[in-house]
Design a protein around this ligand. Structure first.
Ligand SMILES: *Cc1c(COP(=O)(O)O)cnc(C)c1O
Length: 494
């Protein structure tokens, strides 16, 4: 299996090179040259397997230079009982006979980022060895919340890596901040930045492109790397859970072999729904992919009109992980729809220069055949949380609520009764205040009090990693000016 850049197919990369490098030099995303097909009996074979075995089976198709033994060690470490609070890892919760919810938040940080960020460190460290890279990876992350904690937890105490997370001082929730500043591990660092998320992100990009700093790091045996979702090592582990969910439904006789399903995903950077698209290309019987957005509905418009236009108002919503106007991973889909790196490069140049591009009729038709786009605002998000809890006793977070709204809108518009799997991306306890309000309750000022109150209101315990925050020691108190982020790097390297 070879990998290419979405903007230039003349250079080929191995999987290990793609994972080590993260991004292509031309700015494109490293992407498999073709999507391998699952063998004919694969779904039957995997039906009775544990999640970990299914993960080896699926990932092996993309990682020829990794042995089954290696991958087995990785999945056992990444998805073991010390990391996930259920042996199913990504369990399917059935709502009614045609509606199933794929819970992706049973990992150590209670958001779906764990599914990939628990695996990425293993793939990366093995790739360093395979590519004969002798330096230690210094991973820099700018975060608005979920990714930072997920990356810290994934890379803590991983040999030959150090990780440093920057978050905006006043830009994350109290629970999210506590999750990060109490992080354990000997190779981790966390610093707050005076400013907003953009300041943190711009600062990290500046560190990446500082040639003098790069040289100094190299002299000390380090190189910069990234853990954000443009890395192929983050997309690949996400393909597994769609296939696993289908196998669960087969095993439990909720669907028949070969029966098509629809998949509905609350979408921000387009990584999660792209993984579902890849699962379909591998042969999973998926009919429609329903892309759910909040008021930042740039993807809804793109799917409906074939025009991507980021020149619009940015909204801060109660589903903050989807507050995004440039969905990076869409570029990988464009490559698969066009099979033409020059065409993708032209769209991306237009996006960079004007903030807008329009795809050809051929691409738009292909896109619309497979994807449907729906969105909803905050009021509908809260109405959905309330409705799901009152009707089914099922508590969902704000992002998942956007997806259930989109599925409802799609079904109403089309009358399509195909069984649907909804991706549930975060524990409702990560967004206590919005969820409490949705249930008609008030939210206490302190994030930890809100946790207890939601637990009392719903009779459900908060997940252990959140409940235990009260007793955790604060380890990181450094706040830096955005001009001085380099100091935090030097502190970490000692
Ligand atoms: C990151 C995130 C999303 C968006 O996922 P993408 O892969 O970026 O589309 C949705 N919900 C939650 C809770 C997230 O953390």
């Amino acid at each position: 299996m070879r990998y290419i850049s979405t903007r230039d197919n003349t250079i080929q990369y191995s999987a290990a090179q793609a994972i080590t490098q993260g991004l292509a030099r031309d700015g494109g995303l490293l992407t498999p040259f073709y999507i391998p097909k699952l063998p004919g009996k694969a779904l039957e074979d995997m039906r009775d397997m544990a999640y970990q075995q299914r993960a080896v089976y699926v990932m092996k198709q993309f990682l020829e230079e990794f042995s089954v033994k290696e991958l087995t060690n990785f999945v056992n470490a990444a998805y073991g009982p010390d990391k996930f609070d259920t042996p199913a890892v990504a369990p399917v919760h059935t709502i009614d006979s045609a509606t199933h919810c794929l819970e992706l938040w049973h990992g150590p940080t209670c958001a779906f980022k764990d599914m990939a960020l628990q695996m990425l460190p293993h793939l990366l460290t093995a790739s360093l060895i395979k590519t004969e890279e002798e330096k230690t990876a210094c991973i820099l992350v700018a975060t608005s919340g979920d990714t930072g904690k997920g990356a810290l937890e994934g890379f803590r105490d991983v040999p030959r890596t150090k990780i440093l997370v920057f978050y905006p001082k006043d830009g994350v929730s109290e629970v999210q901040e506590l999750q990060m500043i109490t992080q354990e591990g000997d190779n981790v660092g966390v610093a707050a930045v005076y400013g907003n998320f953009d300041d943190a992100q711009t600062g990290v990009k500046r560190l990446f492109s500082d040639e003098e700093l790069r040289q100094e790091l190299a002299d000390r045996g380090y190189f910069f790397s990234s853990a954000n979702s443009i890395n192929w090592g983050r997309v690949l582990p996400q393909i597994v859970y769609y296939i696993s969910a289908y196998c669960d439904l087969l095993r439990d006789e909720k669907i028949a072999p070969g029966q098509p399903v629809n998949i509905c995903v609350p979408t921000g950077n387009f990584g999660n729904i792209l993984a579902a698209y890849y699962a379909r290309e591998m042969g999973l019987p998926i009919d429609q992919l329903i892309c759910a957005s909040n008021s930042n509905n740039v993807l809804t418009d793109f799917i409906r009109e074939g025009v991507y236009d980021r020149n619009r108002t940015f909204y801060n919503t109660m589903s903050p992980s989807m507050d995004i106007l440039i969905s990076s991973n869409l570029e990988r889909l464009l490559y698969f729809l066009t099979q033409d790196t020059a065409e993708v490069r032209s769209y991306m140049t237009q996006l960079a220069e004007t903030g807008r591009y329009q795809v050809s009729d051929r691409v738009r038709n292909k896109l619309q055949k497979r994807f449907k786009g729906y969105f909803c605002g905050d009021r509908e998000t809260q109405r959905m949380i309330r409705a799901m809890f009152d009707r089914y006793g099922y508590l969902i977070d704000t992002h998942t609520a956007v997806a259930f709204s989109a599925l409802g809108q799609y079904r109403q518009a089309t009358g399509d009764g195909t069984p649907a799997i909804v991706a549930s991306t975060a524990s409702p306890f990560k967004f206590c205040s919005s969820v409490l309000e949705a249930l008609g309750d008030f939210a206490p000022d302190s994030g930890l009090d809100a946790l207890d109150r939601l637990s009392a209101r719903t009779g459900q315990p908060a997940p252990a990693p959140l409940a235990s925050l009260r007793s955790k020691r604060v380890r990181f108190t450094q706040v830096v000016e955005k001009e001085n982020m380099v100091d935090a790097v030097m502190d970490l390297l000692g």
